[in-house]
Write a protein that binds this ligand. Sequence first.
Ligand SMILES: C[S@@+](CC[C@H](N)C(=O)[O-])C[C@H]1O[C@@H](n2cnc3c(N)ncnc32)[C@H](O)[C@@H]1O
Length: 328
Amino acid sequence: MAISVFDTFFEKFIKTTRGSDLEPFQDELAASLESHFFSKRHGRKTEWDDALATFPTLEPKHFDLGQDLIQIGENSDLTISTEDFKAKLKNFMPWRKGPYELFGTNINTEWRSDWKWQRIVPHISSLQDKQVLDIGCGNGYHLFRMLASGAKLALGIDPTLLFFYQFQLINRFLPDLPIHLLPLRGEHLPAFGSFDTVFSLGVLYHRRNPIDHLTELLGFLNSGGEVVLETLIVDGDANTVLVPEDRYAKMSNVWFLPSPDALEIWMSRAGFKHVRVVDINQTSIEEQRATEWMTFHSLADFLDPLDSNQTFEGYPAPKRALVIAQKP
Ligand SMILES: C[S@@+](CC[C@H](N)C(=O)[O-])C[C@H]1O[C@@H](n2cnc3c(N)ncnc32)[C@H](O)[C@@H]1O
C-alpha cells in the first residue's frame, strides 16, 4: 500500500513553521485537521495515493514559479516516456487552475489563473518577505506566484481533496519550500492576527454568511495588513444584492452577489479601512473553458446560448470585482 501524503504533509508544516508567528497555532490547527479532515472518510483517497506512488522520483534541472506558465523540469529530465507521464497526470483530472508545464507536458487547465494574477499584481503591496495566506487556494497556482514574488511564507487552505492532491503532486518535484496547503475551510482557522496579506479569490459568493467571511479575513491579518478580495458582483447601487433563487451559472452553491458599492459597505462594516474596488472584469469564455485537462462543461455551457451577457438562468453573466483594503 502507498504511503499517504495524508500522513506526512502536516509534519512538514510543523517543521517549517517552528519559530515563526504560526508556531503558537500549531496545536489548534492539528485539532482542526483532526475534526474536519483526518476523521472524515474520503472516497478517492486510496486511488489518488496509489496514483501518486506510481510517479518516479524526478529531479528537475530547473523550475520557474514566477512565469504565467509555471514550469518545472524539462522533457529530458523524464525517466519514463512522455505519454506515460501525461497519463499519470491525467489520473488527477479535472485540472481547473493553472497553467503548468511539468517536465515538458503542458497542463492546459480550465482557467487561465495567470490572467487573474495579472489583474491583481498592479494593485497590491509588495509581497517581498511577507507572510501571506490564500483562502480557497485551489491547487495552489496563485500560492506559487506569491512565493515567486518574494513571500517568505505562503499558506493556502482549500477543502477540496483533489486540489490538495494536485498540490502535493506538484510539490514532490520541488525542493522543500515555505509553501503549504492545509485541507481546511476558512471558518476552521484561528484568528492568527499575523499575516501581512490575505487573499480571498472566488470564495465570498460560496459563503452563506459573507460578513462572517470578511470578519474572519480581518482576524487573519496583522494590524496594517492588506486583504485582496475577488468575488462575483452585479451592476447596481449601494442597495443592490442578488441572491439567486436557485442555481447561478449552473452552480448550486452561490449565495450573495453584491454590487461593487454594496461590497465596499460590507467590508467597511466588517472593520476594514481604505476599501477600494480596483478592477471589474466580466469573465470571458477564453479565460474559463473546457480543455483536454478539464472535459466537463465550462463557462460557455453556463451562459444563455442566445445572449452571452446572461447566465443560463437569466441572471447577469459572471462579472468579478477585485477589492483591496487594510486592517486598521
Ligand atoms: C472559484 S474557486 C477559486 C480558486 C482560486 N482562489 C482562484 O481564484 O482561482 C473557489 C475555491 O474555494 C474553495 N472553497 C469553497 N468554500 C470554501 C471555504 N469555506 N473556505 C475555503 N475555501 C473554500 C473551493 O474548494 C475552491 O477551490
